[in-house]
Design a protein around this ligand. Structure first.
Ligand code: HSE
Length: 436
């Protein structure tokens, strides 16, 4: 080992661990020539030391004891790629305590326990790199924290979960239902055997927690993010959305509105010609509006062995450069000073346009009843479609509204759903990228 090298230990030899190891080992010479010093992968710790990950490690690199690595004084950077909260958190805190810099892809851990980790890192004066925690290969953390530092970010929103985007794309292109599309995603290895975090919007909310804190200086606020998944989306709503000129996407949205920040994850209707509406399959994309830049779009692979490995290696290289130049401690917090003035807006208080699908009996007076209730709550209808004519049976009546307050909409729908002429709970979706 050359004495000018930076030495790395990885905890977790799963998909991202294997991708990171492949880049570090196979591109050792190129990385050394770009950096001017070698990156040495000393150990990878994983309980499973037998499974083939498609890479042959030099003898002695793979070990089954992470603690030995944490206590090894020769290791400069510990890379946590095991996922989950425990014992990942304890391993990271131990690494920090022992003066090691940390790289992690663990969005769930940072979103829920990040304060403690960043506080410990500040105290020990070590770096935390977390580029791979949001949107895989897209260097969005670096962009927001470094490249756009001269901007006041007005909004940052996008598709940051590839699994749910794959499912919605399949449903849109092939007219299949949610369950069938989910099974296909699982068969192709996109969705986990337990895909709850992906389809319920929780994975997106973890990532949005990190992005919104970086963008607006608010504390990590995972529990305050309104989160809704894609399980209730039907081919019928996708079809109606299309007739109105929209596509349905699971969006993670953070934007400044008045003196508040809106942070929310939910299925959203976007005009078909919006750039984000055309992001399909497992791809991720993030749209940013800033006062100096106007708008920018970032697009790429949000998951997978090599794309996520690429993001991990970027953090390793950044931190290694810092170690060599003495300019470390650049990445040791989400933001240096949190902005206590900016409060997260309650979902009840947001204003947006809505898509509404009523299941109503096709009888005289039904529409005037429904529109009367909407009108009494200050909700104005923009356009409407009614399909089919079934005497004595419910037909879908679909409306797009102008901007309205969420709480007014919730109250109006409660009243409408109680009408005897309305046979099922009304479906509603929020709309972005239009008049609001
Ligand atoms: N499960 C995530 C997704 C990938 O589907 O995008 C890792 O963040």
């Amino acid at each position: 080992m050359k004495n000018n090298s930076v030495t790395i230990g990885i905890i977790g030899f799963g998909t991202v661990g294997a991708g990171t190891a492949k880049i570090l080992l196979r591109k050792r010479a190129e990385l050394e020539s770009k950096l001017g010093f070698p990156l040495v992968l000393k150990n990878i710790a994983d309980l499973d030391t037998k499974r083939d990950r498609g890479i042959k490690l030099p003898s002695g690199v793979l070990i089954n004891d992470a603690k030995a690595m944490l206590n090894d004084p020769s290791i400069d950077i510990v890379v946590e790629l095991m996922g989950g909260i425990h014992p990942a958190k304890e391993f990271i805190l131990q690494a920090i305590k022992n003066g090691k810099h940390v790289v992690t892809a663990n969005k769930a851990l940072l979103a829920t326990e990040g304060h403690e980790i960043f506080k410990a890192a500040r105290k020990s004066k070590v770096d935390i790199g977390f580029e791979a925690s949001v949107a895989g290969s897209i260097p969005i953390i670096k962009v927001v924290r470094e490249s756009l530092i001269g901007n006041n970010i007005q909004s940052i929103y996008g598709i940051i979960n590839g699994t749910s985007n794959y499912i919605l794309t399949k449903m849109t292109d092939e007219g299949i239902d949610f369950g069938t599309a989910l099974k296909e995603a699982q068969a192709l290895g996109y969705a986990e055997a337990d895909p709850t975090f992906d389809i319920e919007g929780i994975d997106s909310a973890h990532k949005l927690t990190i992005l919104s804190s970086l963008s607006f200086g608010i504390p990590l606020s995972f529990t305050k993010i309104y989160t809704e998944g894609i399980m209730k989306i039907t081919p019928l709503d996708i079809q109606f959305a299309s007739e109105f000129g929209y596509k349905i996407k699971l969006l993670a949205i953070a934007k400044q509105a008045d003196s508040h920040i809106e942070v929310r994850v939910h299925p959203t209707m976007l005009p078909k010609d919006h750039l984000i509406a055309n992001v399909n399959g497992v791809f991720n994309a993030i749209y940013i509006e800033g006062d100096a830049i106007g708008s920018q779009l970032y697009y790429g692979k949000g998951a997978g062995e090599m794309p996520t490995g690429s993001a991990v290696v970027s953090d390793i290289a950044d931190i290694a450069r810092g170690i060599k130049t003495g300019l470390s401690c650049r990445t040791h917090g989400i933001t240096m000073t949190e902005n206590p003035e900016l409060k997260i807006k309650k979902i009840d208080d947001i204003r947006t346009c809505y898509y509404l699908r009523f299941s109503a009996l096709d009888k005289p007076g039904v529409l005037s009843k429904i529109s009367g209730i909407l009108g009494s709550r200050d909700i104005s209808i923009k356009s409407m479609i009614q399909k089919g004519r079934k005497v004595e049976k419910a037909v879908p009546v679909v409306m797009m509204t102008h901007e309205a307050r969420e709480n007014d909409m919730a109250r109006a729908l409660k009243e409408i759903n109680r009408l005897s002429l309305v046979s099922e709970k009304t479906i509603y979706l929020r709309v972005e990228g239009g008049e609001n």
